[in-house]
Design a protein around this ligand. Sequence first.
Ligand SMILES: [Zn+2]
Ligand SMILES: [Zn+2]
Length: 379
Amino acid sequence: MSDLDRAFKQAFDDTEPTGFGSGWWSGTASVFCGTLALAGVACFLFPDYLTTPEVRARLPLEWARGILQAVILLAFVLGMISTALRRRKVMGLLGMTLASIASILGGSGIDFTLSSSGAPSLGLDWFALNVLLLAVLFVPMERLWPLRPEQSTFRRGWTTDTLYFLVSHLFVQITTFLILAPAQAAFTALDGQPWRDAIAALPLVVQFVAVLLCADLAEYGVHRAFHAVPILWRFHAIHHSSLDMDWLAGSRLHIVDVVATRAVVVFPLFALGFDQRAVAAYLVFVSFHAVFIHANVRFDLRRAERWIVTPRFHHWHHAKERAAIDKNFAVHLPWIDRLFGTAYEPEGRWPEGYGIEGDPVPADLLPQTVWPLSRDRRR
Ligand SMILES: [Zn+2]
Ligand SMILES: [Zn+2]
């Protein structure tokens, strides 16, 4: 268990039941909304430092205000429900306190003024929006159709993975720059080539499928290399150190893994000169699909499994079972693995356990970040 996990357990653990109707879910959701409300208010107060041009360009200010208002209101309502239902009031009260602070600081009515410095900023807006959308989508999904019903939303390592999610979103400007720079440098010279114009003129649906195919072929290659080359494996081992699979588990990725993998994946997309809208559609698809394939859900997707990577296919990639090791490298198109002979798809079965034999990777984010370069050479 990580140190943060332990601290959370001490702060909130009570012996009361945690089922629906016990005030547990309303309390947790109230704290979640209260925290997001504070993050939202911070974005309004310090937009130069905490919001990104990419989000500002796409999310109308009135929408942002509406979302913030709704989140503050939800924190209050859920907090009241929880304090009414539960003997231990700590979560409901905490959620309402956070929402009160957000309101006192000005709530959704704060003036939004940007100075035109253009300095790099943290993507707190990007984090808050993404965690809200994904949690609203995936937490109920995992409670309603769980593969492992006994696995809590707050399973072991959830704080570590939440930190990964936070850090990767806060530093999105830096990582995006690092990911795109090599491909941009390599291919600006190709601008205006007639064959690139021909590709960009294809119907968008065709381009989207082609982008998916090119990206996943590149992903397959670089992912396989991350498993085969010992020094690369030490970076990728962080992703495989999760002992439980759920929607957050996919966030656990070493920064070197993220940048190197994505830099390779965008290479063919830049080289071939796809329309930006097709690439944007692919990025939206990835951001949901990559989360979905880690999720703790038991959907029977046998028909889709032939064409598209499902949770079962990727869960096998994380499996401890010997026969499943170094299998299922594709993240979108499973037939790439079938083509190269690395698919592992036992009929109707799910893995018994996940992680790496011997569990060599430490539990927290910082130790994990330095671990690949440390002296600990166990594999
Ligand atoms: Zn892997
Ligand atoms: Zn994974």
